[in-house]
Design a protein around this ligand. Structure first.
Ligand SMILES: Nc1ncnc2c1ncn2[C@@H]1O[C@H](COP(=O)(O)OP(=O)(O)O)[C@@H](O)[C@H]1O
Ligand SMILES: [Mg+2]
Length: 473
């Protein structure tokens, strides 16, 4: 299926199209000074392809929330959620193939970065059966993939840079097509910019940006001046989804506005799932079944190698089911060396099937159960207070946090750095130091180093404290 989105008019008044199928595999980079018309261009692209492909917008300024009225996009107002809730919502958005706008307006830059990272990672980590094509539009991408370390917290910058790198470098296989806009190429991390094969270059004043843009467009340097003369809304386009030679396009009108209420043009049927998608808590059972993807050779092989289902599975009692589930989780936790969640989940699914455990818990449920298993906890119910606090941390910190909580509640010795490193999935003790520093900064733990060289950690919300680590012999 070839779908072309009409971007606007070329110099002779002919239409300049953007080939959607090609765009999905070759990505797009938009550059232009503030006010050059980048957001307008992105909106034109989104409006022209809404209803044809799933769209996810990372929107630092809350510009795109108006797509909701006209096209039924689910708006996620980030300040209203915790990071782990944002991740859960991201996973559901992917599962239900819903179009969405993650509005980060009102958050500090650090939190914008953490939030975008959690959301993008959830899209990226979706299980294979959900790898449908989706446009992932990131406006002001230099915020999320900055070329240089700035004023922002290290953890936030790393998380969002790595999520953006995943999106642009490894997203394609998963159906995720990055469309990113930036004010200045020089401010955008090189590896993120390098993965786009389509460019739309708008008005740019600084020589360094003009020259880089001209380079990307394959223009001679003396022609670069032309980029300075572009008007608002004019872009030079090049790439497999646009044209083989640089083409000047005047971006056409848009239907939705930025801030004022937009006319309802094309309400999508079945778009009223926001409540389901946004509800905090564990993912509900899937209600919209996506069409099954065509079988792929790799999946067929996988199906052949998977253990055959027994003719009639014996009904498990709740207790047996719980025991078996814990058995699968324990053995995965014992061999954990930092494998990514989707890979672990695949092993988990197989383990569940082998153990006759059905239904298999969802990926997001698995993440929590696995974090608890890493922390040596198998009775979730009795840890709800600690889990509520852990929910304020990025999801990957839950396991080490719960290990500390467990030691603290039991009054046992504080886990050693090496043990925390193992369950955090890293070999680096430096990362563990930063992890603890981050938790302390967030106020979920208080670290006390005693004069004897030992360390104890308190959870101030729960008034639990670990015993001190035994002094190194
Ligand atoms: N092609 C266009 N046609 C009409 N108005 C445009 C066009 N491009 C941009 N504008 C208007 O110019 C202003 C700045 O555009 P915007 O897309 O917000 O710029 P940027 O995102 O690059 O800072 C907005 O008011 C927008 O509506
Ligand atoms: Mg803008």
């Amino acid at each position: 299926m070839s779908v072309s989105v009409d971007l606007g008019a070329d110099e002779r008044g002919g239409s300049v199209g953007l080939d959607l199928a090609e765009l999905l595999s070759t990505r797009l980079l938009v550059q232009g000074n503030s006010g050059s018309g980048k957001s307008h261009l992105l909106r034109r692209l989104l409006e022209g392809s809404a209803g044809t492909v799933q769209q996810v917008v990372i929107d630092p300024e809350g510009d795109f929330v108006t797509l909701s009225d006209a096209f039924g996009h689910t708006v996620i107002d980030a300040p209203a959620y915790s990071l782990s809730e944002v991740a859960t919502i991201g996973a559901r958005i992917r599962e239900h193939r819903a179009s969405a706008v993650l509005s980060l307006e009102g958050l500090e830059v650090d939190d914008q970065m953490r939030c975008a990272a959690a959301f993008l990672n959830a899209l990226f980590d979706a299980p294979r059966e959900q790898w449908f094509p989706a446009l992932v539009v990131v406006d002001e991408a230099q915020l999320f993939a900055p070329a240089a370390a700035g004023e922002v917290a290290d953890d936030a910058r790393k998380a969002s840079l790595s999520a953006m790198t995943n999106l642009m470098c490894r997203g394609r296989k998963r159906g995720l097509a990055g469309v990113i806009a930036t004010q200045r190429l020089a401010k955008l991390a090189k590896n993120v910019a390098a993965e786009a094969s389509n460019f739309l270059m708008g008005r740019t004043f600084l020589d360094i940006d003009m020259l880089r843009a001209a380079d990307l467009l394959g223009m001679e340097r003396r022609q670069a001046e032309a980029i300075r003369d572009l008007e608002r809304g004019q872009f030079l386009g090049l790439g497999p989804a646009i044209a083989r030679r640089p083409v000047l396009v005047r971006v056409g009108a848009v239907k939705t506005g930025t801030n004022h209420a937009a006319p309802v043009l094309l309400p999508l049927p079945g778009a009223a799932d926001s409540e389901l998608l946004l509800k905090p808590g564990p993912a509900p059972a899937r209600e919209i079944a996506p069409p099954p993807p065509p079988p792929r050779p790799a999946e067929l092989i996988h199906a052949i190698q998977a253990p055959p289902a027994l003719p009639e599975l014996p009904q498990l009692s709740d207790e047996d089911r719980g025991d078996r589930l814990q058995g699968v989780l324990r053995s995965l936790a014992a061999s954990f060396t930092g494998q990514p969640a989707p890979a672990l989940y695949q092993d988990f699914t197989i383990g569940c099937r082998m153990g006759g455990i059905a239904p298999v818990p969802s990926l997001s449920e698995f993440r929590k159960l696995f974090a608890l298993a890493l922390a040596g906890i198998n009775d979730e119910e009795s840890w709800s207070e600690a889990l509520a606090i852990g929910a304020a941390l990025p999801e990957d910190m839950l396991a080490p946090f719960m290990a500390i909580a467990r030691a603290a509640r039991d009054g046992a010795a504080c886990p050693e750095d090496g043990e925390l490193a193992r369950i955090y999935g890293t070999a680096s003790l430096g990362r563990v130091k930063r992890l603890l520093g981050y938790m302390e900064e967030r106020g979920v733990i208080v670290i006390r180093n005693d004069l004897g060289g030992g360390r104890s950690i308190a959870l101030p919300h729960l008034a639990w404290t670990t015993a001190s680590t035994s002094r190194a012999a």
